[in-house]
Design a protein around this ligand. Structure first.
Ligand SMILES: [Zn+2]
Ligand SMILES: [Zn+2]
Length: 645
């Protein structure tokens, strides 16, 4: 017998092995016939092992420092790990600093992670002072967590590298790095602590969770921290308040935004441009109400499978006589969480001919979805929002061409808004829960796939990730700091046309069922607004900027002159303000910079005498003595061509 380490180890970046497809410790004994592959810390699985191993070191540091602390669970998560503890008092920032120091000492001492299989009795005896671990050994949540799993219980002992003495241990199914020196001490950081329920269930005890991060190198950690700083600076909730774009008034309630005039302008420009493009692409515009009788969502199936995402019903239209007899039963009315059922009613309002297909119905449709207060987040996860929603009704034969056009249209539109870096994701059938025949699914999925391939973009397969009613393409876009946002979705639907009995008359006179495609390109206007705000860090390109030009007089005497310049710009549709406030010029420049206005036009005596202005751009560069008509042309040109500055 050899160990996995002997087969694939040696290189310090290899931290675990894949043995016959399963992740194992490098110390695992393997036979001749086992297939052993190295797993590097640079892979997602390797990184997760590094982070989970670091979580153990945190737990050890916590029990070294707070011996009364009881252990919860400690899994890796995106960009880091956490560990839950039952402690008397919440951890303070000073505690975290102390714990981080202790962790560094443990890492440097090079303790070995040593795996030991134990019987349930042994585990229960060893862990008698760890009530939460005991509960894991029992049935509660067992298989769901890192600690236990498979068909054996294992304890990992941390052994001193020199003496072999046991320093600490934890119930865990592993795997882990061979020893703590595989975790660079200068590449870990404890981020914050927060209260959290045991196993995430509000009915359970509250524990204290410490979040941390760990990376293969110090440079990786530094890059991550810089990224976090940058992301925080760009947080749309923060920028929304700073730039006076929108707010979430407490009096209205969680997840429901109001747009202020400046945000309203950006939103209108976004909508106008989108509307124009949809018109050019052959969409027809419809309008539908915000509330409806429940029967519509029974027909659509939403009340069966989406009720949790819907607001509870309003009881309306009931009539009761004075003596208490019910003359008319009250009806349930719902706020709509989706526009699709109403668009189906438009399709079905009269007979349809094959000549009308593809029929593309578009609406800026406002919907309401009940999100738990814990998951509501700014404009990206709101309770009320407006989708740029359309439903396309076509034949299966028309689908390939329609999808090509649609993908060209989506990507073109997203590029116009300044997003450049995309990949496509295809979600395929989950055979367990789906409607429609095998043949139709296979054909529709193949059509989607071919259309996606024709775009020449990276294609990621989300196997079994489709909704039960049809396969989907989603467009994933990277923003200026490399974050991926799911933008547009293009969803084929075999279910709703059936439920609504939608039909058209084919060329041969027979009645046929159309295929339905749901598609929202922004997702929602609010969410897309937030993505753009973060992508541009508030510095919208000129065509989207709420204020495109601020005219700044050197002294008050130059205000009338700049009023004329502003009038010339306004006549061309430019959003311009003359700063007539009682501030000095430098202060006005600073204010315009803070408001991230693309153009400042400054004028003093020289400019006024020459019929000119001086440009000051957002990057601080300046251009003096520009004749007014040239200045107007430059700005109008930049707006019309949607330049990114
Ligand atoms: Zn572990
Ligand atoms: Zn829809």
């Amino acid at each position: 017998m050899a160990t996995a380490f002997e087969k694939v180890g040696g290189d310090r970046s290899v931290i675990v092995a894949r043995v016959n497809g399963e992740l194992k410790d490098l110390s695992t004994e393997v036979s001749e016939t086992d297939i052993v592959e190295p797993v590097s810390v640079d892979t997602p699985e390797g990184l997760a092992v590094l982070r989970h191993s670091t979580a153990h070191v945190l737990a050890q540091a916590v029990q070294d420092t707070f011996p009364e602390a009881k252990l919860g669970i400690g899994p890796p998560i995106k960009d880091g790990f956490y560990y839950d503890f039952s402690v008397e008092d919440p951890f303070t920032p000073e505690d975290l600093a102390t714990l981080e120091k202790r962790m560094v000492a443990i890492l440097k001492s090079g303790q070995r992670f040593s795996r030991r299989v134990v019987s349930e009795d042994e585990a229960v005896r060893e862990l008698e002072s760890e009530p939460f671990k005991l509960r894991l050994i029992g049935s509660e949540g067992g298989a769901e967590v890192m600690e236990v799993g498979g068909n054996e219980l294992t304890i990992y002992d941390n052994l001193d590298s020199k003496t072999g003495e046991r320093c600490w241990g934890d119930l865990c199914r592993g795997p882990h790095v061979p020893d703590t020196r595989y975790i660079p001490p200068n590449a870990i950081k404890l981020m914050r602590s927060a209260a959290a329920y045991w196993l995430g269930d509000q009915a359970n005890e509250q524990l204290q969770r410490i979040y941390g991060t760990a990376w293969p190198s110090k440079d990786d950690l530094r890059a991550y921290l810089t990224f976090l700083e940058e992301a925080e600076k760009r947080d749309h909730r923060k920028l929304g308040a700073e730039l006076d774009l929108f707010s979430f008034p407490e009096q209205i309630g969680s997840g429901l935004a109001v747009f202020h005039p400046k945000g309203g302008v950006v939103r209108r420009v976004m909508e106008d441009y989108s509307r124009r493009r949809h018109e050019e692409a052959g969409y027809e515009f419809v309008n539908t109400p915000h509330i409806t009788k429940g029967a519509l969502f029974e027909t659509s199936g939403h009340l069966d499978w989406y009720a949790e995402g819907m607001y509870p019903p309003m009881k309306l239209d009931g009539e009761v006589d004075a003596d208490g007899t019910v003359r008319k039963q009250a009806q349930d009315y719902y706020l709509k969480p989706m526009n699709c059922p109403m668009h189906n009613l438009v399709f079905g309002a009269r007979g349809r001919s094959y000549r009308e297909l593809p029929l593309r119905l578009f609406e800026f449709g406002t919907v309401y979805r009940y999100e738990k207060s814990g998951v509501v987040q700014g404009l990206t996860r709101a309770r009320g929002f407006t989708q740029d929603d359309a439903h396309i009704y076509c034949t299966l034969e028309q689908m390939p061409h329609e999808l090509d056009d649609l993908l060209d249209f989506v990507l073109g539109l997203l590029r116009d808004y300044g997003l450049e870096d995309f990949y496509l994701e295809i979600s395929t059938r989950d055979a367990e829960k789906s409607v429609g025949t095998d043949e139709v699914w296979a054909e529709a999925t193949a059509i989607l796939r071919q259309a996606a391939e024709r775009q020449g973009l990276e294609l990621v397969l989300d196997e079994g990730g489709a909704a039960f009613y049809g396969p989907k393409i989603s467009v994933q876009a990277k923003d200026a700091i490399g974050r991926t946002w799911q933008m547009s979705t293009i969803q084929v639907d075999f279910n709703l046309p059936e439920r609504f009995g939608l039909e058209y008359q084919a060329a041969d006179g027979s009645r046929q069922r159309p295929v339905m495609i749901h598609r929202a390109l922004f997702g929602s206007i609010e969410r897309f607004f937030a993505v753009l705000l973060e992508h541009y860090a508030g510095a919208f390109p000129p065509w989207l900027a709420p204020v495109q030009v601020v005219a700044i007089p050197v002294t008050d005497a130059h205000i009338p002159y700049l009023d004329e310049v502003a009038a010339a710009l306004r006549a061309k549709g430019v959003r311009v303000e003359v700063d007539t406030a009682d501030d000095r010029m430098q202060k006005k420049i600073r204010n315009a910079q803070r408001a991230k206005v693309p153009y400042m036009l400054i004028a003093g005596d020289e400019d006024a005498d020459a019929g000119a202005v001086s440009f000051r751009y957002r990057d601080g560069t300046q251009k003096n003595g520009v004749p007014i008509s040239d200045a107007v042309d430059e700005i109008v040109q930049a707006i019309d061509t949607r330049v990114q500055v």
